[in-house]
Design a protein around this ligand. Sequence first.
Ligand code: GLY
Ligand code: MN
Ligand code: MN
Length: 437
Amino acid sequence: MDLATLYPDHLATVLQRMYAALERSGNDHLLIASGVLKYQFLDDRPYPFAINPHFLQCVPLVEHTDGWIVVTPGKKPVLVYHQPADYWHLPPTEPQGFWTEHFDIRVIRSPQEAAQHLPKSGRMAILGEADAALEGFVPNNPKAVLDELHYQRAYKTDYELACLRMASRRAARGHVAARIAFEAGASEYEINRAYLGAAGHNDVDVPYGNIVALNEHAAVLHYQHQEHAAPPQSRSFLIDAGARFNGYSSDITRTYCRDDARFQALIDGVETVQLALVDQVRAGNDYRAIHLDAHLRLATVLRDRNVVRMSPEAQVETGVSSVFFPHGVGHLLGLQVHDVAGFAGSIHGDLIPKPDGHPFLRLTRPLDAGMVVTIEPGLYFIPMLLQGLQEGPHAGDIDWAEVEHLSRFGGIRIEDDVACRTQGAPENLTRDAFAAI
Ligand code: GLY
Ligand code: MN
Ligand code: MN
């Protein structure tokens, strides 16, 4: 089904959630400010604009500054649409698209004019950043309202699933171009250009800074740099890069190597683990259990590949597995790459704790139909963490010659975006996208 067909049900679901949150919190109106441009210190250059995701969930206007949405139960929602007369910049077009008929649209020419279209009375929950305040309308971001809306946002509508599929498609095209560039010996910078070109994105459109890492750089989890020159020898390549569609994100990682059977075997081992974990994205499963199972399985790979001479259980028990896998197995995905409410136990703001010893896990909720998560196990050779291992009680259980050999390839991560279904096997948005292009 196309987006225009799916959108009315999506908006109805989002509005129902908002009505419920208003009633529970004792408010009459929900106001959502899209946000304002922010300027660099002592300069007239703005930072890239990041829109209020609550606004974006209602209308696919990723770049829309100074807009407002007013939600009042029993009334058509109002969209205050900022369309300045501006010959310095390209102003927003006339409101157009499948969503327009669902809003009472009021076009304004200056940000201050919005106040005329906002409610004159009643109790208001106002969601937005402080800088978006207008006279009489200061964002108060009530915790109870945010807790409820954030909790619900984990459950994607069919429209949102369709957008997330498209975001995976876009990124998959970029990933294919990036792999080809790696195989041709390109630099990190050149690979990134190839990725962006094929994904149809600018640097500022991507949902997070692309991680484009050759050789040892693959050991830097959020490697933010890009070398302009190609290294003398491109041994391995880790790329963590996503795309956006109507504001929804994909988050995909692939790892490749050239001419090394031992590192390739490790990649194959991580891929087998990753697919087994993806299969566990099923309604009722506890995501924390998937994370802990990832440790056991990755530790098994380390033992089978003769990197660590300890049982998988002992590796997990002593924290040795965390030296090689020092991040969470994944997170919720949606309007934000690390989407909100990963720890929420209910709409009421209670939290589900992380397992002891796993401080970087971003998702502890039981899985349910409609949730979209990433599954991203990895194995890395991170000098700082290896040094601690070398100085600790388990140094004798490590094959340091093998670690030294594998360290030249940095690390491995394989990451797919996965939707949990009501029953049966999950939908792998990422693998479907690669298969379709
Ligand atoms: N790209 C960041 C992450 O995978 O969570
Ligand atoms: Mn991720
Ligand atoms: Mn990622």
